[in-house]
Write a protein that binds this ligand. Sequence first.
Ligand code: ATP
Ligand code: MG
Length: 320
Amino acid sequence: MEIYFYLGKGGTGKTTISASFSIGIAYYNKNRNFLIASLDPAHNLGDAFDIELSNNIKKLTENLSAVEVDLEKMIKEYLNDLSTNLRNTYKYLASFNLDRYFDILRYSPGIEEYAVLESIKKFLNMNEFDALIFDTPPTGITTRVLALPKLTLMWTKRLMDIRRKILDKRKMVENVKGKTEAIIGDEVITLTADEKEDQIMIELVNYGKEMENLMKLFQSDLTKINIVTLPEDLALFETKRIIESLNKFNIKVNEIYLNKYLIFDNPPEVIKGKLIEQERVIGKMKDEIKNINIKDIPLLSQSPRGIEDLLKFYDNYILV
Ligand SMILES: Nc1ncnc2c1ncn2[C@@H]1O[C@H](COP(=O)(O)OP(=O)(O)OP(=O)(O)O)[C@@H](O)[C@H]1O
Ligand SMILES: [Mg+2]
Protein backbone atom coordinates (compact mmCIF):
# COMPACT_ATOMS: atom_id res chain seq x y z
CA MET A 1 0.00 0.00 0.00
CA GLU A 2 1.28 3.47 -0.86
CA ILE A 3 0.81 6.49 1.37
CA TYR A 4 0.98 10.11 0.24
CA PHE A 5 1.27 13.03 2.66
CA TYR A 6 0.88 16.68 1.66
CA LEU A 7 2.41 19.02 4.15
CA GLY A 8 3.42 22.64 4.42
CA LYS A 9 2.56 26.00 5.94
CA GLY A 10 -1.00 27.25 6.23
CA GLY A 11 -2.71 28.29 3.02
CA THR A 12 -0.01 27.05 0.63
CA GLY A 13 -2.38 24.72 -1.25
CA LYS A 14 -2.15 21.34 0.53
CA THR A 15 -5.86 20.66 0.29
CA THR A 16 -6.15 21.74 -3.34
CA ILE A 17 -3.11 19.75 -4.48
CA SER A 18 -3.89 16.59 -2.48
CA ALA A 19 -7.52 16.65 -3.66
CA SER A 20 -6.43 17.17 -7.26
CA PHE A 21 -3.81 14.41 -6.98
CA SER A 22 -6.39 11.97 -5.60
CA ILE A 23 -8.84 12.70 -8.41
CA GLY A 24 -6.12 12.36 -11.06
CA ILE A 25 -4.45 9.21 -9.80
CA ALA A 26 -7.84 7.51 -9.33
CA TYR A 27 -8.96 8.56 -12.82
CA TYR A 28 -5.86 7.12 -14.51
CA ASN A 29 -5.65 3.96 -12.34
CA LYS A 30 -9.13 2.52 -12.49
CA ASN A 31 -7.96 -0.89 -11.26
CA ARG A 32 -6.76 0.55 -7.94
CA ASN A 33 -8.80 1.81 -5.02
CA PHE A 34 -7.92 5.15 -3.35
CA LEU A 35 -8.83 6.97 -0.18
CA ILE A 36 -8.18 10.63 0.56
CA ALA A 37 -8.42 11.59 4.23
CA SER A 38 -8.22 15.04 5.77
CA LEU A 39 -6.36 15.02 9.09
CA ASP A 40 -6.78 18.78 9.54
CA PRO A 41 -9.16 19.61 12.41
CA ALA A 42 -10.17 22.69 10.38
CA HIS A 43 -11.38 20.57 7.46
CA ASN A 44 -11.88 22.05 4.03
CA LEU A 45 -11.36 19.01 1.83
CA GLY A 46 -15.09 18.86 1.16
CA ASP A 47 -14.97 22.53 0.07
CA ALA A 48 -12.26 21.71 -2.46
CA PHE A 49 -14.30 18.83 -3.91
CA ASP A 50 -17.50 20.87 -3.54
CA ILE A 51 -19.03 17.80 -1.87
CA GLU A 52 -20.11 17.51 1.73
CA LEU A 53 -17.80 15.16 3.64
CA SER A 54 -17.85 13.79 7.17
CA ASN A 55 -16.15 11.31 9.47
CA ASN A 56 -17.81 8.51 7.48
CA ILE A 57 -15.98 7.38 4.35
CA LYS A 58 -17.86 8.52 1.25
CA LYS A 59 -17.41 7.33 -2.33
CA LEU A 60 -16.65 10.22 -4.68
CA THR A 61 -16.04 8.18 -7.82
CA GLU A 62 -15.91 4.47 -8.68
CA ASN A 63 -12.46 4.06 -7.08
CA LEU A 64 -11.97 7.14 -4.91
CA SER A 65 -13.39 7.65 -1.43
CA ALA A 66 -12.95 10.57 0.95
CA VAL A 67 -13.22 11.24 4.65
CA GLU A 68 -12.72 14.14 7.05
CA VAL A 69 -11.38 12.53 10.22
CA ASP A 70 -13.04 13.66 13.45
CA LEU A 71 -9.93 14.01 15.58
CA GLU A 72 -11.83 14.74 18.80
CA LYS A 73 -13.69 11.46 18.37
CA MET A 74 -10.44 9.70 17.52
CA ILE A 75 -8.82 11.02 20.73
CA LYS A 76 -11.80 9.79 22.78
CA GLU A 77 -11.64 6.34 21.16
CA TYR A 78 -7.88 6.18 21.63
CA LEU A 79 -8.15 7.06 25.34
CA ASN A 80 -11.02 4.59 25.80
CA ASP A 81 -8.99 1.79 24.22
CA LEU A 82 -6.01 2.70 26.40
CA SER A 83 -8.15 2.73 29.50
CA THR A 84 -9.74 -0.68 28.74
CA ASN A 85 -6.36 -2.12 27.95
CA LEU A 86 -4.87 -0.74 31.14
CA ARG A 87 -7.77 -2.07 33.23
CA ASN A 88 -7.33 -5.54 31.75
CA THR A 89 -3.57 -5.59 32.11
CA TYR A 90 -3.30 -4.04 35.56
CA LYS A 91 -6.32 -5.43 37.33
CA TYR A 92 -5.35 -3.85 40.64
CA LEU A 93 -5.77 -0.37 39.09
CA ALA A 94 -9.52 -0.93 39.38
CA SER A 95 -9.22 0.56 42.84
CA PHE A 96 -7.84 3.85 41.43
CA ASN A 97 -9.94 6.52 39.85
CA LEU A 98 -8.70 5.87 36.29
CA ASP A 99 -11.41 8.03 34.73
CA ARG A 100 -10.06 11.17 36.32
CA TYR A 101 -6.59 10.31 35.12
CA PHE A 102 -7.85 9.90 31.56
CA ASP A 103 -9.83 13.15 31.73
CA ILE A 104 -6.53 14.90 32.34
CA LEU A 105 -4.65 12.86 29.73
CA ARG A 106 -6.96 14.34 27.10
CA TYR A 107 -5.10 17.65 27.55
CA SER A 108 -1.62 16.24 27.69
CA PRO A 109 0.87 17.30 25.00
CA GLY A 110 1.28 14.76 22.23
CA ILE A 111 -2.17 13.25 22.52
CA GLU A 112 -3.29 14.72 19.17
CA GLU A 113 -0.27 13.25 17.44
CA TYR A 114 -1.10 9.80 18.83
CA ALA A 115 -4.72 10.16 17.72
CA VAL A 116 -3.57 11.07 14.18
CA LEU A 117 -1.25 8.07 14.14
CA GLU A 118 -4.12 5.84 15.33
CA SER A 119 -6.24 7.19 12.53
CA ILE A 120 -3.53 6.42 9.94
CA LYS A 121 -3.19 2.91 11.42
CA LYS A 122 -6.93 2.40 11.17
CA PHE A 123 -6.95 3.19 7.43
CA LEU A 124 -3.89 1.00 6.84
CA ASN A 125 -5.55 -1.92 8.61
CA MET A 126 -8.73 -1.63 6.57
CA ASN A 127 -6.97 -3.35 3.65
CA GLU A 128 -9.58 -1.90 1.36
CA PHE A 129 -7.43 0.68 -0.39
CA ASP A 130 -4.32 0.44 -2.54
CA ALA A 131 -3.20 3.95 -1.67
CA LEU A 132 -3.97 6.47 1.05
CA ILE A 133 -3.65 10.20 0.48
CA PHE A 134 -3.48 12.49 3.50
CA ASP A 135 -4.28 16.18 3.52
CA THR A 136 -2.69 17.47 6.71
CA PRO A 137 -2.90 20.48 9.04
CA PRO A 138 -0.11 23.12 8.82
CA THR A 139 3.31 21.50 9.27
CA GLY A 140 4.23 21.01 12.96
CA ILE A 141 1.89 18.23 13.95
CA THR A 142 2.47 16.12 10.82
CA THR A 143 6.25 16.05 11.13
CA ARG A 144 5.79 15.00 14.76
CA VAL A 145 3.33 12.26 13.76
CA LEU A 146 5.83 10.92 11.23
CA ALA A 147 8.53 10.92 13.91
CA LEU A 148 6.30 9.25 16.47
CA PRO A 149 6.86 5.55 15.59
CA LYS A 150 10.63 5.88 16.01
CA LEU A 151 10.34 7.89 19.25
CA THR A 152 7.74 5.48 20.63
CA LEU A 153 9.88 2.51 19.72
CA MET A 154 12.78 4.06 21.64
CA TRP A 155 10.81 4.45 24.86
CA THR A 156 9.06 1.10 24.43
CA LYS A 157 12.51 -0.54 24.42
CA ARG A 158 13.39 1.39 27.56
CA LEU A 159 10.16 0.23 29.24
CA MET A 160 10.98 -3.35 28.22
CA ASP A 161 14.37 -3.03 29.96
CA ILE A 162 12.65 -1.82 33.13
CA ARG A 163 10.06 -4.60 32.93
CA ARG A 164 12.81 -7.18 32.43
CA LYS A 165 14.50 -5.95 35.62
CA ILE A 166 11.22 -6.31 37.54
CA LEU A 167 10.77 -9.85 36.23
CA ASP A 168 14.37 -10.70 37.15
CA LYS A 169 13.70 -9.54 40.73
CA ARG A 170 10.51 -11.56 40.76
CA LYS A 171 12.48 -14.60 39.60
CA MET A 172 14.93 -14.14 42.47
CA VAL A 173 12.05 -14.01 44.99
CA GLU A 174 10.45 -17.00 43.29
CA ASN A 175 13.64 -19.05 43.71
CA VAL A 176 13.58 -18.46 47.45
CA LYS A 177 9.87 -18.28 48.32
CA GLY A 178 8.11 -19.91 45.39
CA LYS A 179 5.64 -18.16 43.03
CA THR A 180 4.48 -14.68 44.04
CA GLU A 181 0.77 -14.27 44.58
CA ALA A 182 -1.32 -11.11 44.58
CA ILE A 183 -4.76 -10.86 46.16
CA ILE A 184 -7.19 -8.59 44.37
CA GLY A 185 -10.59 -8.53 45.98
CA ASP A 186 -11.56 -12.17 46.31
CA GLU A 187 -9.22 -13.27 43.58
CA VAL A 188 -5.74 -14.71 44.05
CA ILE A 189 -3.50 -14.12 41.07
CA THR A 190 -0.19 -15.91 40.57
CA LEU A 191 2.40 -13.55 39.13
CA THR A 192 4.72 -14.89 36.50
CA ALA A 193 8.43 -14.20 36.23
CA ASP A 194 8.53 -15.49 32.67
CA GLU A 195 8.80 -12.82 29.95
CA LYS A 196 6.77 -14.89 27.52
CA GLU A 197 3.85 -15.17 29.94
CA ASP A 198 3.95 -11.69 31.43
CA GLN A 199 1.00 -9.75 30.05
CA ILE A 200 2.77 -6.40 30.30
CA MET A 201 5.86 -7.66 28.48
CA ILE A 202 3.67 -9.24 25.78
CA GLU A 203 1.87 -5.91 25.41
CA LEU A 204 5.16 -3.99 25.13
CA VAL A 205 6.61 -6.44 22.60
CA ASN A 206 3.50 -6.22 20.40
CA TYR A 207 3.36 -2.45 20.62
CA GLY A 208 7.06 -2.23 19.80
CA LYS A 209 6.56 -4.43 16.72
CA GLU A 210 3.66 -2.29 15.55
CA MET A 211 5.71 0.90 15.92
CA GLU A 212 8.70 -0.68 14.17
CA ASN A 213 6.52 -1.62 11.20
CA LEU A 214 5.13 1.92 10.98
CA MET A 215 8.61 3.41 11.30
CA LYS A 216 9.85 1.20 8.44
CA LEU A 217 6.82 2.07 6.34
CA PHE A 218 7.38 5.82 6.81
CA GLN A 219 11.07 5.38 5.92
CA SER A 220 10.36 3.28 2.85
CA ASP A 221 9.68 4.30 -0.75
CA LEU A 222 6.01 3.40 -0.23
CA THR A 223 5.58 6.61 1.76
CA LYS A 224 5.69 9.72 -0.39
CA ILE A 225 6.00 12.96 1.51
CA ASN A 226 5.20 15.98 -0.61
CA ILE A 227 5.78 19.52 0.56
CA VAL A 228 3.52 22.28 -0.72
CA THR A 229 5.17 25.67 -0.55
CA LEU A 230 5.17 29.19 -2.02
CA PRO A 231 7.87 31.15 -3.86
CA GLU A 232 8.56 33.31 -0.78
CA ASP A 233 11.49 33.53 1.64
CA LEU A 234 9.61 32.36 4.73
CA ALA A 235 8.17 29.40 2.84
CA LEU A 236 11.68 28.43 1.70
CA PHE A 237 12.95 28.42 5.31
CA GLU A 238 9.97 26.32 6.37
CA THR A 239 10.57 23.85 3.52
CA LYS A 240 14.20 23.40 4.55
CA ARG A 241 13.15 22.89 8.18
CA ILE A 242 10.68 20.15 7.19
CA ILE A 243 13.33 18.35 5.12
CA GLU A 244 15.87 18.57 7.95
CA SER A 245 13.56 17.42 10.71
CA LEU A 246 12.30 14.47 8.65
CA ASN A 247 15.88 13.59 7.71
CA LYS A 248 16.69 13.12 11.41
CA PHE A 249 14.20 10.26 11.36
CA ASN A 250 15.47 8.88 8.04
CA ILE A 251 12.31 9.97 6.26
CA LYS A 252 12.78 11.31 2.76
CA VAL A 253 10.83 14.03 0.98
CA ASN A 254 9.48 12.88 -2.37
CA GLU A 255 8.54 16.08 -4.16
CA ILE A 256 8.12 19.81 -3.60
CA TYR A 257 5.22 21.75 -5.11
CA LEU A 258 6.06 25.40 -5.53
CA ASN A 259 2.51 26.68 -5.71
CA LYS A 260 0.95 30.01 -6.67
CA TYR A 261 3.85 30.91 -8.92
CA LEU A 262 3.17 34.36 -10.38
CA ILE A 263 3.24 34.72 -14.17
CA PHE A 264 2.89 38.17 -15.74
CA ASP A 265 3.56 39.36 -19.28
CA ASN A 266 3.54 43.02 -18.30
CA PRO A 267 3.74 43.12 -14.51
CA PRO A 268 2.26 46.20 -12.84
CA GLU A 269 4.69 48.28 -10.75
CA VAL A 270 3.25 47.09 -7.36
CA ILE A 271 4.02 43.45 -8.09
CA LYS A 272 7.57 43.86 -9.43
CA GLY A 273 9.23 43.46 -5.99
CA LYS A 274 7.28 40.27 -5.40
CA LEU A 275 8.39 38.87 -8.78
CA ILE A 276 12.03 39.59 -7.94
CA GLU A 277 11.62 37.78 -4.58
CA GLN A 278 9.95 34.89 -6.41
CA GLU A 279 12.82 34.43 -8.86
CA ARG A 280 15.41 34.73 -6.10
CA VAL A 281 13.61 32.15 -3.93
CA ILE A 282 13.14 29.72 -6.80
CA GLY A 283 16.83 30.03 -7.73
CA LYS A 284 17.87 29.45 -4.12
CA MET A 285 15.49 26.53 -3.70
CA LYS A 286 16.79 24.76 -6.79
CA ASP A 287 20.36 25.51 -5.68
CA GLU A 288 20.06 24.43 -2.08
CA ILE A 289 17.66 21.52 -2.33
CA LYS A 290 19.24 18.83 -4.43
CA ASN A 291 17.82 15.38 -5.21
CA ILE A 292 14.21 16.44 -4.69
CA ASN A 293 12.07 17.23 -7.69
CA ILE A 294 10.54 20.73 -7.54
CA LYS A 295 7.35 21.39 -9.50
CA ASP A 296 6.09 24.91 -10.23
CA ILE A 297 2.35 25.46 -10.20
CA PRO A 298 1.11 28.89 -11.33
CA LEU A 299 -1.37 31.01 -9.43
CA LEU A 300 -4.58 30.59 -11.40
CA SER A 301 -7.07 33.37 -11.92
CA GLN A 302 -9.68 31.19 -10.25
CA SER A 303 -9.40 28.77 -7.34
CA PRO A 304 -9.83 25.23 -8.66
CA ARG A 305 -12.93 23.64 -7.08
CA GLY A 306 -14.97 20.54 -7.82
CA ILE A 307 -14.03 17.26 -9.48
CA GLU A 308 -13.83 18.60 -13.04
CA ASP A 309 -11.57 21.56 -12.12
CA LEU A 310 -9.37 19.35 -9.97
CA LEU A 311 -8.88 16.81 -12.76
CA LYS A 312 -7.92 19.61 -15.14
CA PHE A 313 -5.50 20.93 -12.49
CA TYR A 314 -3.98 17.44 -12.22
CA ASP A 315 -3.57 17.10 -16.00
CA ASN A 316 -2.01 20.54 -16.41
CA TYR A 317 0.25 20.87 -13.38
CA ILE A 318 0.65 17.67 -11.36
CA LEU A 319 0.94 14.94 -13.98
CA VAL A 320 3.74 16.76 -15.88
N1 ATP B 1 -2.49 27.31 -7.83
C1 ATP B 1 -3.52 27.96 -7.32
N2 ATP B 1 -4.15 28.94 -8.02
C2 ATP B 1 -5.17 29.62 -7.49
N3 ATP B 1 -5.68 29.39 -6.28
C3 ATP B 1 -5.12 28.43 -5.54
C4 ATP B 1 -4.03 27.65 -6.01
N4 ATP B 1 -3.69 26.76 -5.06
C5 ATP B 1 -4.53 26.97 -4.04
N5 ATP B 1 -5.39 27.97 -4.32
C6 ATP B 1 -6.40 28.55 -3.42
O1 ATP B 1 -5.73 29.04 -2.26
C7 ATP B 1 -6.50 28.84 -1.09
C8 ATP B 1 -5.71 28.01 -0.09
O2 ATP B 1 -5.52 26.72 -0.65
P1 ATP B 1 -5.71 25.39 0.19
O3 ATP B 1 -6.93 25.48 1.02
O4 ATP B 1 -5.56 24.28 -0.75
O5 ATP B 1 -4.42 25.53 1.12
P2 ATP B 1 -4.04 24.68 2.41
O6 ATP B 1 -2.57 24.60 2.43
O7 ATP B 1 -4.80 23.43 2.43
O8 ATP B 1 -4.57 25.65 3.57
P3 ATP B 1 -4.74 25.29 5.13
O9 ATP B 1 -3.36 25.32 5.70
O10 ATP B 1 -5.59 26.40 5.61
O11 ATP B 1 -5.38 23.95 5.20
C9 ATP B 1 -7.79 28.18 -1.54
O12 ATP B 1 -8.77 29.16 -1.74
C10 ATP B 1 -7.40 27.53 -2.88
O13 ATP B 1 -8.51 27.40 -3.74
MG1 MG C 1 -6.03 22.56 3.94
